[in-house]
Design a protein around this ligand. Sequence first.
Ligand code: F6P
Length: 319
Amino acid sequence: MKKIGVLTSGGDAPGMNPAIRAVVRKAIFHNVDVYGIYGGYSGLISGNIKKLELGSVGDIIHRGGTMLHSARCIEFKNKEGQQKGIEQLRAHGIEGLVVIGGDGSYRGAMALSEQGFPCVGVPGTIDNDIPGTEQTIGFDTALNTVIDAIDKIRDTATSHERTFVIEVMGRNAGDIALWAGLAGGAETILIPEENYDMNEIAERLRSGQERGKKHSIIIVAEGVCSGYEFARQLEEATNFDTRVSVLGHIQRGGSPTAADRVLASRLGARAVELLIEGKGGRAVGIEKNKLVDYDIIDALNQKHTLDLDLFNLSKELSI
Ligand code: F6P
């Protein structure tokens, strides 16, 4: 393989830039040319493709977002769009593609691989919801952003003796809510993987107040319901003075943490190795701190599982 391409797709995640850097540098190290596809699969269809040099990825390791930009592309969901993409890749002499993104991006990579164009998926999403890897690129940075917000909200919550509902991202997964809630000392964490009992929550908050707690922090994963909806239910059940914070897209930005930079560097470089070894239709991941790769179909067919032990621990520690 002498020419490969790299693109980022779907919701951006801090750490995508270090992953791109790793792909480019690792490929050039092995005398393979690299082409950047700008704007995800939309850019692939329209041929927004440029050669990347060593210097093209200089000074990006610490930057959030993605220098290749990203998009959610409806057209690429059908075979016609995918064929247009393959034509563009072949017209540039590109023989393999690294796709950095979440499950939607993996679906595109799998379709290309099935049509004979080798692709390797690199898990880049703040949601941490890709099966086959214990951690996705961007998750750690997003967690730290959320924890920073929780700490700040805690200050004002204590001053005013208020209950705060903080809505976090994660699409259908509760990982951000769970990890950030545990690390931020939240009283209650609501995740889509587990049902909640409003009477039990109300009772816990009341008994906390009776013991002299000055505030309550409740983390709601967006996959459960909106923070405003939960606050409405809570006020109905308790008449506590409640405020809501929806953290939104700040969770997707910011300089990647050291952990994300290292993870992105390792996964990006491994993806290039696989293409050089002639292995397409794969996804890379990390398990017990070791790099792994597996059939990309597994990443899409298997169900992401959240660490329920961590959920139970958070309940025990927030009594
Ligand atoms: O997948 C990442 C994510 O940030 C989810 O947590 C969230 O539900 C979604 O993307 C938001 O998507 P958009 O970029 O379209 O607002």
